[in-house]
Ligand binder design. Sequence first.
Ligand SMILES: N[C@@H](CCC(=O)N[C@@H](CS)C(=O)NCC(=O)O)C(=O)O
Length: 345
Amino acid sequence: MSQTTGTKKKGKSLPPKLIVRLGKFVWTTLWHLMMSKLAPRNASGEYVRPSSQFRHFVGTNDGNPYQPAAGRYCLYVGLGCPWAHRTLVVRALKGLEDAISVSIASPASNEGIWVLNQEEEGCRTLTELYQLAEPGYSGRCTVPVLWDKQTKAIVNNESAEIIVMLNSEFNDFAKHPTLDLYPEERREKIDHWNERIYHAVNNGVYCCGFAQTQEAYDQACNELFAVLDEIDAVLAMSRYLCGERVTLADVRLFTTLFRFDGVYYGLFKCNRRRIQDYENLGPYLRDLYQLPGVADTCDLEAVKRDYYGNLFPLNPGGIIPAGPDMTKLLELHGRESLGKEAVMG
Ligand SMILES: N[C@@H](CCC(=O)N[C@@H](CS)C(=O)NCC(=O)O)C(=O)O
């Protein structure tokens, strides 16, 4: 408060203490309530992701109702969602665009549900589609969904499994049938990375952003950056995570890395370091982004709109930040020469 000789000036003061206290109480109470619905947690305040409910497999095995075919299956995705993004990347890398259609959904910010950009199967929302597949279904209605147009069924809504199917079960219709993103001889290594990356990185960023105690956040953040540092060291010797060829482990890491500097760094408080500042992770992200077809699956504006606009307990003002400059993703990555060492790795 400013004062001049003798006379008191009535400047703007802070809100009275009572208002500050009341505001803080109301806001934190509501925040905890919203977060408990948005992000289920365990007793330590750590985010626990619910498991996926539809787990059938497309395959040629006898009696399997879901036989591979062109034009029969559709992927329901949201462009902001990193789990759905995995399926789009594998579809692009395998050249399955003509065999498997895509239907895009967008979040309805005031309702917390996915709305289909165009009506499909007589449904306008993903919730209606889940009901069509299983009347009375009361679980979460998540993207991605691998949908069977023939039997009006959800084959699978677990991205980790959908990408395995897209890699191996549709080769008769793929433009790149010989590209194997999950080769038998590398599976142990791929599975090892998948496991580590899922917990510490893919889900780890959510554990940072959705943590409801300081301890839960500290633990998730430490684990996230420890694994990113470890991966950065591996990538100094190896072009991709499991050697000279791109695999499902890279796809699964890519969709989190692509969102990192633009969303997780700020909104989820993963701000020890940006991906573009890592010596190897930065160029590795560019390498993956520049693989044929991959850039077309990436939409940073949709990502920012979805996260900053819809995870409202984390961003109540709804303001979407301007950065970062993603044109850097098009710069040379210089990682081609790492191929040889990686073959031996
Ligand atoms: N395990 C699932 C997770 C998918 C998921 O959590 N998707 C989010 C979007 S990023 C979603 O649809 N959430 C809606 C909800 O939870 O109701 C997968 O990997 O396929």
